[in-house]
Design a protein around this ligand. Structure first.
Ligand code: F6R
Length: 618
């Protein structure tokens, strides 16, 4: 979390820094700040959003030819101007004046703080970042230059982070370092830039250099150099490829929509079509879609372990049903933050699948590394960001081509993950001779039909909107599903919690009578997913249990589920049962419900309180 931008140019960099921060605001929005060199380090900070910072910068007619900027998701220290980045060292006399912005966590900051305090450095914030500023200042006294001082400092810091640093005495350069959190360089004609992700730099340049772990780079307006460090010393200059990004700034514009979440819900049809494009053009499913080594790895695979967090974890839970039923493969799905601290039993020939929109989630990355360390030989990443750490650290990869997801609540990433996981299931089933040619053709036909089916499902929006008005008055809600739709109920509850702040819990409908039924009264809306599958009659009995106790039911049913509306039983009919596609399609109205309830409650839909998009800290 937190977004970093840096720029050195022959032109004023303030507009580039502010534009970059706007684009990175999804990563954290507790406070924002920037510093530029203009006859000294000029700093602006606010606990408001980036547009507040923009106002301040305009009022002060701020200008400079080098600068670093930051949008914060608080870890150490409450959101306040004092804790907002950039942080300084050099408030004391005779010390070099340094400014730092930082994404990530310094784990040994307490001991470092004590040490630096004993060296005479004065701390004015509660952050771990201030330790970096003072440490660089200290190391600068005995180093050749800022780059060397940053190398020396990183060697003393524990944790995963990315930083950008400036020195008042050298206003023509910035130094950046990647150490476990994402960072890339942008190479422009009139200047050079750094940022946490590509979207921040698209207006300035399309030429990107993705830094590797441990890289430290120095940028000036006319050039850059990247070095590797070892034991705090610069070892050698390294070359990294320059990539021309395919992303356009249009892809990150809001267009005719009011919110990114709304845009992303309505983009799902094309996002899924892009993700499955290669299958649509083929007559058969091939393991090569997952990488050149996939056929050999998949042939050895006898079980699957899925690691993920949040919404991506829910996608994994759906996939478990598919993998077991269609491919006949045992599948375990684990919350990454839990898995990384357990002593799980390793079974041979298990393929470890990491699912992540961002490919940056610290817990997922750590869990994947842990699984490898435990002895799992092969890994597959299902991810939406091509140059992400998850993609780079996995043996096999499949990109969800959803395009940038900016709304904090994940929507199109989830449905494209599900589409990808269905394709993975089919591929494994085929290799295991569980998918005869006719079944394969039917599945390809189903996948081809999916974008149209999503478009069709989106048409329920006006009915969902009417329901949302009633939900906005409630403080709690229950979500019910059975079988493969139980994780969809979990996803519906998560969406409602995240953006409307209504407490929502999901239960497997058969579990209700084992406890949660006690919560049901007229104030507790119960949302149920009622596809016409083999569990429908069981689900109907569960719904009766709620109805008989005065609960108010809101049911999303397949057109052929034969659930008739009555008092306290509201029904929105989707299309007829769509087989394996059903969980994907049932997700859409739940996303719309959360979105419209949030609108009714006038919450900040794209930037819900306390959250940030990519959780790059533990
Ligand atoms: C929920 C949401 C989060 C993410 C989770 C994992 O709407 O967005 O629960 O799904 O933080 O993020 P990724 O998929 O980037 O690893």
């Amino acid at each position: 979390m937190c977004g970093i931008v840096g720029a050195v140019s022959v032109n004023n960099v303030v507009p580039v820094l502010l534009e970059g921060l706007q684009r990175l605001e999804y990563r954290g929005y507790d406070s924002a700040g920037l510093v530029v060199t203009c006859g000294g380090l000029q700093r602006l900070r606010t606990t408001g959003r980036v547009h507040e910072l923009q106002k301040l910068a305009d009022e002060q007619k701020m200008q400079g030819f080098a600068g670093i900027a930051h949008t914060r998701w608080a870890t150490h220290g409450a959101p306040s101007v004092r804790n907002a980045h950039p942080h300084f060292s050099g408030l004391e006399e005779n010390n070099p004046r340094i400014a730092v912005v930082h994404n990530g966590i310094v784990e040994n900051y307490e001991s470092m703080r004590e040490r630096l305090q004993s060296e005479g450095y004065r701390f004015v914030s509660d952050t771990d970042t201030e330790v970096i500023a003072h440490l660089v200042a200290l190391n600068l006294k005995r180093s050749e230059g800022l780059l060397e001082a940053v190398c020396a400092s990183i060697a003393e810091l524990q944790g995963a982070f990315a930083i950008a640093v400036m020195e008042e005495a050298r206003p023509d350069k910035i130094v950046v370092a990647r150490n476990g959190a994402p960072l890339l360089l942008g190479l422009g004609e009139s200047g050079n830039y750094a940022a946490s992700d590509v979207s921040a730099l698209l207006k300035a340049t399309k030429n990107m250099v993705y830094l590797e772990e441990g890289d430290v780079a120095e940028l000036t307006s006319s050039g850059y150099r990247i070095v590797n460090c070892h034991n705090g010393k610069v070892v050698q200059k390294v070359e990294r490829a320059v990539h021309e990004t395919e992303l356009t700034s249009d892809a990150i514009e809001l267009g005719p929509y009011t919110h990114y979440m709304q845009k992303e819900i309505f983009e799902q049809s094309s996002a899924v079509a892009n993700t499955l494009e290669m299958v649509f053009n083929a007559q058969s499913i091939s393991p090569n879609l997952f990488g050149s080594a996939a056929e050999s790895i998949f042939s050895q695979t006898s079980s699957i372990l899925i690691l993920a967090c949040g919404t991506s974890y829910h996608a994994g839970l759906v996939a478990r049903y598919w993998l077991e039923t269609v491919a006949g493969l045992p599948c375990n799905v684990e919350i990454a933050s839990e898995y990384r601290y357990r002593d799980p039993i390793v079974s041979p020939n298990t393929l470890v699948v990491g699912i992540s929109q961002s490919g940056e989630t610290a817990d997922t990355l750590a869990a994947m590394k842990y699984a490898k360390k435990l002895g799992h030989a092969h890994s597959l990443a299902i991810c939406n960001v091509p140059e992400s750490a998850l993609i780079r650290q996995s043996d096999l990869r499949f990109l969800t081509r959803a395009g940038p997801e900016i709304g904090v609540a994940s929507t199109k990433a989830f449905t494209t993950q599900l589409a990808s996981l269905l394709l993975l299931t089919a591929t494994l089933a085929k290799l295991r001779r569980k998918l005869p040619p006719e079944a394969e053709s039917c599945l390809i036909a189903d996948l081809r039909h999916l974008p149209v089916a999503i478009q069709h499902t989106l048409q329920v929006e006006p009915q969902v909107k009417a329901w949302a008005k009633r939900f906005a008055q409630k403080r709690h809600a229950l979500f019910l599903g059975r079988g493969v739709h139980y994780p969809i109920a979990m996803e519906g509850a998560l969406k409602l919690k995240e953006i409307s702040y209504i407490h929502a819990e999901a239960y497997a409908a058969g579990e209700l009578k084992h406890g949660p039924l006690a919560l049901v009264d007229s104030e507790m809306p119960v949302v149920a997913i009622a596809p016409n599958d083999q569990l429908l009659s069981k689900l109907k009995s569960n719904l009766q249990e709620v109805h008989a106790r005065g609960g108010e039911l809101y049911v999303f049913a397949d057109a052929d589920s034969h659930i008739v509306p009555s008092e306290n039983l509201h029904v929105i009919r989707l299309s007829e049962h769509e087989g394996l596609l059903s969980p994907i399609l049932h997700t859409i109205p739940l996303q719309l419900l959360a979105y419209h309830v949030a609108l009714e409650k006038n919450t900040d839909v794209d930037k819900p309180r306390n959250l940030a998009k990519a959780v790059t800290v533990e």
